[in-house]
Design a protein around this ligand. Structure first.
Ligand code: C2E
Ligand code: CA
Ligand code: CA
Ligand code: CA
Length: 280
């Protein structure tokens, strides 16, 4: 038995080594791809439920790996956080998104989105000088601070300290702050008292509970009350069906995003579309 356990352990460590190798390779590829310009940004509309109009959008990074094709951020953002490249990558995403937004404001007239939402990781927030980098990008693109929404996770703020101080600095400068994946991290409700937050992004896992004939989706219901009570804007994430959109609107949600309204694409359309409620 001891021998069997021993060989199992060897298999296990070999697997771990392989995984570590794969991660190291991915990390090295990230470096090359940053230099070669293999990253793109796509934008997913954030829709006003009453009118069906895209009022804003979220920027999401895409990696066009020279060999593997498109790699999901779920697979490489954690690697970039570990090796620190997220700082450079995140700045690229922020700058690209803000220039894109400035172009829409210039070209689209009254169809232009009101703000662009950009994901910022814990590592970026904790990097000294991050608020200054953001201020510089706003200045070069001519954006108003309130036209930028920075999405941070509860987990990124859990440690307090530098990350929270950065959020406070950004917020004082007029940049708006969203708590991403709200309800899935640590100490959700307590954070709302200590960190300046403008928007709650209600996680897809709670929206998924809205199923025809299913049990009442109690958490999306509770969270709209929490956000209204605190004077925050709620955005429901991951809406995939008309039923979910209708249900959320009836609960009092004003904003949502999800494949039902539009997938993330390089050039989203912000043209007014037919109202969601009746004429489907
Ligand atoms: P997230 O910030 O929660 O972004 C929402 C994710 O859900 C996106 O996946 C989006 O494409 C996907 N999504 C939107 N609507 C639907 C829907 O109706 N159904 C389903 N199944 N999925 C939907 P994506 O683009 O693969 O990004 C995954 C995660 O990677 C993001 O989750 C975010 O945590 C991270 N990420 C993406 N871009 C960036 C970035 O520029 N910087 C940082 N730090 N993280 C990023
Ligand atoms: Ca997000
Ligand atoms: Ca999210
Ligand atoms: Ca998520």
């Amino acid at each position: 038995a001891a021998k069997a356990a021993g060989s199992q352990l060897m298999v296990y460590t070999a697997e771990l080594d392989e995984r570590a190798d794969a991660t190291a390779r991915l990390g090295a590829d990230l470096r090359h791809s940053l230099d070669d310009g293999d990253f793109r940004v796509v934008y997913q509309p954030i829709v006003e439920l009453d009118t069906g109009r895209a009022r804003a959008c979220e920027a999401l990074v895409r990696w066009h790996h020279p060999v593997r094709g498109v790699v999901s951020p779920v697979d490489f953002v954690p690697v970039a956080e570990d090796n620190g490249l997220i700082v450079e990558l995140g700045e690229f995403v922020m700058r690209t998104s803000c220039w894109k937004f400035a172009g829409w404001r210039r070209d689209l007239g009254r169809d232009a989105p009101g703000y662009v939402s950009v994901n910022v990781s814990a590592r970026q927030l904790s990097e000294p000088g991050f608020p200054e980098v953001v201020a510089g990008i706003l200045a070069e693109t001519g954006m108003e601070p309130a036209q930028l929404l920075v999405e941070v996770t509860e987990t990124a703020l859990f440690g307090g300290g530098v990350a929270v101080a950065a959020v406070e600095t950004l917020h004082r400068a007029g940049v708006r702050i969203a708590l991403d994946d709200f309800g899935t991290g640590h100490s959700s409700l307590g954070l709302l008292r200590t960190v300046p937050v403008d928007v709650l992004k209600v996680d897809k896992s709670f929206v998924d509970e809205i199923i025809a004939g299913g049990r009442p989706p109690v958490i999306v219901d509770a969270l709209i009350h929490v956000s209204k009570g605190l004077g925050l804007r709620a955005v429901a994430e991951g809406v995939e069906t008309a039923e979910q959109a209708d249900y959320l609107r009836e609960l009092g949600y004003e904003y949502a995003q999800g494949y039902y309204f539009g997938r993330p694409v390089p050039e989203p359309s912000f043209h007014a579309r037919a109202a969601v409620p009746d004429d489907r």
